[in-house]
Write a protein that binds this ligand. Structure first.
Ligand SMILES: Nc1nc2c(ncn2[C@@H]2O[C@H](COP(=O)(O)OP(=O)(O)OP(=O)(O)O)[C@@H](O)[C@H]2O)c(=O)[nH]1
Length: 364
């Protein structure tokens, strides 16, 4: 048997002998040598030896080591992954988006030039990822371009890789992307890691409860958020899951929307409602639920792990970022309460959050 292959030739002499010897021995199917995994496929008289890149395996391990602890601490995988992928693969930019509705996606994680950038809502039709959402495909997309594109994130030229994220039922719920003007990394390694990341996120997303009839709920035409009927349903479900699982309910109310409408017009009021809704969505982790409860009221229903999430701090950040973005004074008040405080009674939970909201508003 003659062994010819640049990768094989690059092995130290002793390792080459070991691989050659193993290649002729038909008893064992796998060899690990010099950190590389060799696998043998036999078809008739022909033997094909496949070496799985040592580097790919290392990158996969590093991905798990970086991502899993963050997931355990309650991080949103869509927020965490772009930084992890850029640092592992050496690309300049990465994004992880979730589908908001048929026209919009939420840019949840955005790592660019070694910094995390703010979440925002993007138009799906302008994104290079639009074809990923059009068909139920798990095939990655590769695009190279030399002129300005419609995608607001992309530079004037470069290479873009995109991979859809599907939930357990195969529904496309978002995508991951990498781009760079001149990528220095192997495209094959990058695609491979992007696919693995998408599979991990898909597996991490909460499964839809099997014991329930699928139900459709109305969405609010302005913000595309679920409404009161869906909140009632979610509260009954969380009531049933208590006391094994606790939930944090937040009732959030934009202060002075009627004044904004009066001074700046209804359209500006609408824009503020949509921007605020998108920012609330961006702080939601995969198991969190968000609803538009009334005109200027929103509700978050959040499963609580070992500790309640730092929601009050996140809402403060949203207030600051709204004021900065709108260049207007902006404040939304919140009343928070745990299901365990009211012994699993969701009606009382709503009353408690409402009274806390009123207390907070009275102090502002
Ligand atoms: N632009 C816009 N305004 C809305 C919408 N739905 C409700 N509103 C307005 O939101 C305001 C809600 O009134 P209030 O409950 O008094 O709230 P507020 O003016 O924010 O006052 P506080 O909540 O007490 O701070 C009303 O003026 C409604 O017209 C909407 O979809 N778009």
């Amino acid at each position: 048997m003659q062994w010819t292959n640049p990768a094989f030739d690059a092995l130290p002499k002793d390792d080459r002998h070991q691989v050659e010897h193993w290649g002729q021995d038909e008893s064992a199917g796998i060899l690990i040598c010099a950190g590389t995994l060799f696998e043998r496929l036999i078809a008739g008289d022909h033997t094909l030896v496949i070496a799985s890149g040592h580097r790919a395996a290392q990158q996969q391990r590093q991905l798990m080591q970086a991502l899993i602890p963050q997931l355990q601490q309650g991080a949103n995988p869509f927020f965490a992954l772009p930084k992890i992928l850029c640092e592992l693969l050496g690309w300049n930019s990465s994004a992880a988006c979730t589908r908001l509705n048929t026209e919009q996606i939420a840019l949840v994680g955005h790592w660019h030039n070694q910094a995390q950038h703010s979440p925002r809502t993007l138009e799906l039709s302008a994104s290079l990822a639009a074809p990923l959402y059009a068909g139920h495909t798990s095939t990655p997309q590769v695009q190279e371009w030399n002129q300005t594109t419609t995608d607001p994130l992309l530079p004037e030229k470069g290479i873009w890789l995109g991979q859809s994220v599907q939930d357990a039922e195969g529904t496309i719920v978002g995508h991951l992307a990498l781009w760079d003007t001149e990528p220095q990394t192997s495209l094959a390694d990058s695609i491979h890691l992007l696919q693995l990341s998408a599979d991990l996120v898909g597996a991490w997303l909460p499964p839809k409860p099997a014991d329930e009839e699928p139900q459709t709920f109305s969405t609010d035409p302005l913000t595309h958020l679920l409404q009161r009927d869906a909140l009632d349903h979610a509260l009954i479900r969380s009531e049933k899951q208590h006391p094994e699982h606790d939930y944090l309910l937040a009732l959030i109310d934009i202060d002075g929307l009627s004044q904004i409408n009066h001074e700046l017009g209804q359209q500006e009021g609408d824009r503020i409602l949509c921007t605020f809704a998108a920012k609330l969505q961006q702080i939601c982790r995969p198991n969190d639920q968000i609803f538009r409860f009334g005109g200027d009221e929103f509700v978050l229903l959040i499963p609580v792990g070992k500790q309640p999430p730092p929601l009050a701090k996140r809402l403060d950040q949203i207030n600051r970022s709204m004021a900065e973005q709108l260049k207007l004074p902006f404040h939304a008040s919140a009343g928070l309460a745990l299901m365990s405080e009211v012994h699993g009674n969701s009606d009382e939970l709503m009353l408690l959050t409402n009274s806390r909201l009123q207390q907070t508003k009275a102090q502002n």
